[in-house]
Design a protein around this ligand. Structure first.
Ligand SMILES: C[S@@+](CC[C@H](N)C(=O)[O-])C[C@H]1O[C@@H](n2cnc3c(N)ncnc32)[C@H](O)[C@@H]1O
Length: 199
């Protein structure tokens, strides 16, 4: 019941359909990216960022094993996002605006570090806030942003507090914001889902 990632995925699946665009701000091992693709395939797209080359390679291998069309992008070679499939960007999610893709139906940010990857490449409060601010602005009406945060590692508590401050301050006329946490376990992962109401 308190497994937060399945909650995040099922709350996003409710608003996703074939042909939609979804953004994964942290590709990691590719599980969220693949999940999003399964909701929007075959005519939709997923754009997934990661600063860690090894993470993107894991994501690429996972996707290709499932027969998903994969396109690679980077700061030096931003390329086109026109084709359906998964577009992997080797860059920080804070650089979102450098890349020319449409407004997404959903955005997911599964923060922290990749458990069996490079733990120094952990998400950082300032770049997370920059990416979430862009995500909130660009999300389609009735689209959802899900953020999974981890207070247990160094810097994690500060990051989740900043995310909570940003999302709990959203105008209730325009946003519904859900917050889920294990009430008796302060170090457990947390989830926020923000839905943009129709204008
Ligand atoms: C918890 S993992 C993501 C898990 C992933 N969504 C999955 O399903 O496997 C966090 C990832 O964020 C990445 N990351 C850290 N800082 C980042 C940044 N500024 N921009 C994009 N990715 C970042 C890390 O390299 C790591 O792979």
């Amino acid at each position: 019941m308190t497994r937060i990632v399945p909650w995040s995925q099922s709350l996003l699946a409710e608003v996703l359909a074939t042909g939609d665009l979804a953004v994964d701000l942290t590709a990691g091992a590719g599980r969220d990216t693949l999940f999003l693709w399964q909701q929007v395939a075959p005519s939709g797209s997923v754009v997934a960022f990661d600063v860690q080359e090894a993470a993107l390679e894991r994501t690429r291998l996972l996707l290709q094993a499932e027969g998903v069309p994969v396109f690679l992008h980077s700061y030096e070679d931003p390329g086109s996002f026109a084709k359906p499939g998964v577009h992997l960007i080797h860059d920080s999610h804070a650089q979102w605006l450098q890349y020319d893709f449409d407004s997404p139906r959903v955005v997911i940010a599964n923060l922290g570090y990749l458990p069996d990857g490079d733990r120094s490449l952990v998400t950082q409060k300032d770049s997370t806030l920059r990416a979430l601010t862009v995500a909130l602005r660009h999300l389609r009406d009735q689209g959802r942003l899900a953020v999974v945060g981890y207070p247990g590692h160094e810097g994690g508590q500060e990051e989740v507090e900043a995310v909570g401050f940003l999302l709990s301050g959203l105008d209730p006329e325009r946003w519904q914001v859900l917050h889920l946490r294990a009430a008796n376990c302060p170090q457990a992962p947390l989830l926020w889902v923000a839905e943009k109401k129709a204008a």
